[in-house]
Design a binder for this molecule. Structure first.
Ligand code: NAD
Length: 257
């Protein structure tokens, strides 16, 4: 395990170290959160201007309990919070593109994302585990039929085309199990490096992934504007914007090639 280096004590040395890990890694696991997409114009939940701080009841509104009791109110709020009409207008940013670029350099890159915006796939990442689901689909809780975003947008309360039951977004709501957690954990434990980008690490069980990586001696780096309660699990911590840091890393990797 590499010695703990915390930016900004010596950010250039920390960047050199991380670039070295990435250059040597066969398999890189990347856990991303809402901070990954703020540079694409999608607000996060917990940073200063994030929506969570403006509306303390967000976790209640985005819960399975609220959906089951008030599907019409739930859908109205869900569409507003995630600006569903605008989903197709958002573009990947330099951070998303960097992860896709790493694959072109012969790396296996497992993107484990808490995001539901689909921007990693838009950027070209091929192996993406959407641990909290996706905005692109809605599922019928009664018969399991999937429906696309166009159908969801067509009416205020989208219903199943087979059985007319109100649809649920194909996302993990607060109070629901994270069925993809095991798959994500297996990717992390197989990796040489874990990179965590733009997550407060407040949401479980996904926030166990860096703890597991740390306990298994996997090199761990965090790029996040705000401190997290799990900073101690990381060998490198960058308190910096993802896009700028990704570009600095790419320049270092290109100069090694
Ligand atoms: P979070 O909102 O709790 O935390 C985001 C973190 O990202 C913050 O600590 C902030 O400091 C950091 N950050 C913001 N912009 C950054 C930048 N440019 N560079 C570096 N760091 C930056 O996000 P979370 O941990 O992912 O948890 C929120 C939950 O809400 C997740 O489950 C996620 O599914 C969901 N969510 C998703 C989206 C999306 O799909 N884009 C958006 C909002 C919320």
């Amino acid at each position: 395990m590499t010695a703990r280096l915390h930016a900004p004590t010596d950010p250039n040395a920390a960047l050199d170290t991380l670039a070295g890990w990435l250059a040597e890694a066969r398999h890189i696991a990347v856990l991303t959160g809402a901070g990954m997409s703020t540079e694409s114009g999608i607000p996060d939940f917990r940073s200063y201007q994030g929506r969570y701080t403006q509306n303390a009841s967000l976790a209640e509104v985005l819960s399975i309990d609220y959906f089951q009791h008030n599907p019409a109110d739930f859908w109205q709020a869900f569409k507003e919070i995630f600006e569903l009409k605008l989903v197709g207008n958002k573009q990947p940013n330099a951070g998303h593109r960097f992860l896709a670029w790493l694959e072109t350099q012969g790396k296996t890159v497992s993107v484990l994302t808490q995001n539901i915006d689909g921007l990693h796939q838009c950027a070209g990442s091929r192996e993406v585990v959407e641990v909290h689901g996706t905005l692109q689909r809605a599922v019928c809780p009664a018969c399991g039929r999937m429906h696309d975003l166009a159908h969801v947008l067509a009416s205020p309360l989208p219903r199943c085309l087979s059985c007319c039951t109100p649809l649920k977004p194909d996302v993990v709501l607060y109070g629901e199990a994270v069925s993809q957690f095991e798959a994500a954990l297996l990717k992390v434990l197989d990796a040489d490096v874990l990179l965590v980008l733009g997550s407060s690490l407040e949401v479980g069980p996904v926030n166990l992934l860096p703890l597991e990586a740390h306990q298994h001696g996997i090199d761990c780096a965090l790029i996040n504007l705000d401190p997290t309660r799990l900073d101690r699990c990381f060998d490198l911590v960058f308190r910096a914007p993802i896009g700028q840091t990704a570009q600095a890393l790419q320049a270092r990797l290109e100069s090694r090639a």
